[in-house]
Write a protein that binds this ligand. Structure first.
Ligand SMILES: C[S@@+](CC[C@H](N)C(=O)[O-])C[C@H]1O[C@@H](n2cnc3c(N)ncnc32)[C@H](O)[C@@H]1O
Length: 279
């Protein structure tokens, strides 16, 4: 990703989270009251107007996907916190508002928003423009995942990688080359302490999907490419199993364990949670 300004795709996923609050019935899957404002809209009416003027791709279905994946990650985080984890690293945070929403948790949880420098600078300026103060336990780390390691990015940070951390990586891997994703996941496994947990999501190659799902994935890839954020890779559960579970592989630094999966996510983009484990 080589650009200045906001991540259009991060704005897009935030709009889906915001629209969920306005368009979908209770009970909500995920409640993100900051999403609309972070995405740049002053009112629900303005946002809904923008949504109808752009031809959204399968809007209700994708609204479910984007809200479910965030909910899934935060449910896993809740369990991790009960196990004593007190550090949350959000890789490719985009307009994630966890640190602003969960004041109840951030007093005892350090949150690290990690993102491409351009996306992060835009979000920080937007939050400041809204007059919202960044919580004291929120830390910003700029990393270009194609070119920098976690250790480099976190060099000046107060993170304690000697203790377990919880990490999420949602809606990011398709914007990275497969080499960068593999490097980053190995990086996570070798940098973090035993007991750490990563929830990540990836997009399967269209050729492996049912026709309607393949069309959906292809449409998203084309739209995001046209918006300046091309999809650089797809991957599959088989790929991750092969990469991380082969004991003799030089890359076998993570062992991926599939956990419960959400059916809505599974329909379009495969959601899975992987816990790095260590020899
Ligand atoms: C679709 S958004 C997802 C944002 C958020 N995780 C969510 O679920 O709403 C993709 C994110 O990946 C980040 N990203 C893409 N390429 C990147 C790179 N090379 N290095 C760091 N971040 C990158 C973008 O800045 C953006 O925040």
């Amino acid at each position: 990703m080589e650009r200045n300004g906001p991540s259009r795709t991060a704005i897009g996923t935030a709009v889906h989270r915001a629209a969920h609050l306005v368009l979908d019935e209770d009970p909500k899957i995920f409640v993100d009251p900051f999403a609309r404002a972070f995405a740049g809209y002053a009112s629900d009416a303005e946002m809904l107007q923008a949504i109808v003027s752009v031809e959204m791709i399968e809007f209700p279905r994708m609204r479910a996907v984007f809200n479910v994946r965030s909910r899934y990650a935060e449910d896993e985080l809740d369990s991790a916190i009960t196990r004593g984890i007190d550090q949350y690293v959000i890789l490719g945070a985009g307009l994630d508002s966890f640190a602003y929403r969960r004041c109840d948790l951030v007093a005892s949880l350090n949150v690290f928003e990690v993102d491409h420098p351009a996306s992060q600078a835009w979000k920080r300026a937007r939050v400041a423009e809204l007059g919202i103060a960044a919580p004291t336990h929120l830390h910003h780390i700029s990393i270009d995942f194609e070119h920098q390691t976690l250790a480099e990015g976190f060099a000046e940070s107060i993170v304690d990688f000697g203790k377990p951390v919880f990490l999420s990586l949602l809606g990011v891997t398709q914007y990275l080359t497969i080499d960068a994703t593999v490097r980053m996941l190995c990086d996570v496994a070798t940098t973090t302490a035993p007991g750490s947990e990563l929830v990540f999501q990836f997009v399967q190659p269209p050729a492996t999907l049912a026709r309607d799902e393949a069309a959906l994935v292809t449409a998203f890839a084309e739209r995001n490419g046209a918006a300046g954020e091309p999809w650089l890779s797809y991957s599959s559960r088989r790929r991750w199993n092969a990469t991380f579970l082969l004991p003799a592989s030089a890359e076998s630094c993570i062992s991926a364990r599939r956990k419960r999966r959400n059916a809505t996510c599974e329909a379009v983009v495969t959601g899975c949670a992987c816990r790095p484990t260590f020899p």
